[in-house]
Design a protein around this ligand. Structure first.
Ligand SMILES: NC(=O)c1ccc[n+]([C@@H]2O[C@H](COP(=O)([O-])OP(=O)(O)OC[C@H]3O[C@@H](n4cnc5c(N)ncnc54)[C@H](OP(=O)(O)O)[C@@H]3O)[C@@H](O)[C@H]2O)c1
Length: 306
């Protein structure tokens, strides 16, 4: 099976490359390209169509995205071009070539107001530009009969830009300065490791079944809970000497440009059964990621100060 991957330099893209099934022939692409990676600008719809026409993949795994949630509020055209224009272009080109499409999407397509987990068939109701552009990308992708949308939440892994790596740094800095770490406690969702997510993606692109899937790790957490666990488990893993004191705060005390859903848990039960994958609790997945962060730091000889 030939798969064209976008977002190869992103945190999910790197996990997908690392876990590629042997039967998959991968054409990896990223914005700038690099060793073994082709350059493909997702804001260029014509280039997206041309990539499909040239490589004629059996599937496109669209993991690339404009993911800067706050910046999207001031760059709506670019967010729309990347997050909705690219899947539309892939869907159009794949209609002609006969391939499948797996479109990654987000819990931020929901407004978080209902207070219980969102089912895959629920209508999106985004609060901001990023969520709206991803919802438009879902609709565009689903124009292709062989397309599936996989929504996920709070993605983090051992590489890239993510909450877990930021919190590890902040725990060290706050221990050194003696200051507490204030983290929002009234937004609830579920952290998802790039490892478990990559496994779900590889299953989802190769199989039939429902066209909209939900995938997160198991359980629920606030950002505060996640930050506390990163501190505790970071110490246990040998990444931190001590954890900083984490203080719960309200969203209102941490203003951001984009509004975020207060409760965006995804109901993943049907999708987990459909994909035949056992859920892992987010704390267990976090232990795995922290172990890998440590291994990576040791391999690269990065000092673990604090
Ligand atoms: N991160 C989360 O918490 C989260 C939550 C729910 C859903 N998701 C979804 O999961 C998927 C994977 O996200 P991720 O966490 O791996 O995000 P990520 O680490 O930010 O990776 C996204 C990649 O897309 C690339 N990209 C952005 N604009 C591009 C363009 N114009 N042309 C080509 N590439 C471009 C970025 O390249 P540069 O590095 O060059 O900018 C980046 O490498 C996305 O669809 C995202 O919407 C993410």
């Amino acid at each position: 099976m030939k798969v064209l991957l976008t977002g190869a330099a992103g945190q999910l893209g790197q996990a997908l490359i690392a876990t590629k099934p042997p039967q998959v022939e991968l054409i990896a692409t990223s914005r700038c390209g690099g060793e073994g990676v082709l350059a493909l600008d997702l804001a260029d719809a014509a280039a997206c169509r041309a990539a499909v026409q040239q490589h004629r993949p059996d599937g496109v795994l669209n993991a690339g995205a404009y993911t800067a949630v706050d910046r999207a509020e001031s760059e709506p055209e670019l967010a729309e071009a990347v997050n909705a224009g690219a899947p539309a272009a892939f869907a159009e080109a794949l209609t002609a070539t006969g391939g499948r499409l797996l479109q990654l999407s987000t819990d931020f397509v929901f407004d978080g107001a209902q207070g219980h987990p969102y089912a895959p068939e629920q209508q999106p109701s985004p609060l901001g530009v990023y969520g709206a552009s991803k919802a438009a990308g879902e609709a565009a992708a689903l124009q292709l009969p062989g397309a599936r949308v996989l929504r996920t939440s709070w993605v983090y892994g051992p590489v890239g830009r993510n909450f877990c790596l930021t919190m590890l740094r902040l725990h060290r800095e706050r221990v050194a300065s003696g200051q507490p770490l204030a983290v929002v406690a009234d937004q609830v969702g579920c952290p998802t490791s790039t490892h478990t997510l990559a496994a779900a993606c590889w299953r989802a692109i190769g199989a039939g079944g429902p066209r909209i899937l939900h995938w997160s790790d198991a359980g629920a957490a606030s950002w505060y809970d996640f930050a506390v666990a990163i501190g505790e488990l970071g110490v246990a893993a040998g990444l931190l000497e001590r954890a900083a004191r984490v203080v719960p705060i309200a969203t209102a005390d941490y203003p951001t440009t984009a509004r975020r859903p207060s409760y965006s848990l995804l109901d993943c039960s049907g999708s987990r059964d459909g994909l035949g994958l056992e859920p892992m609790h987010w704390r267990a997945a976090l232990i795995e990621v922290l172990t890998e962060v440590l291994t990576h730091a040791q391999r690269c000889n990065t000092p673990l100060s604090g």
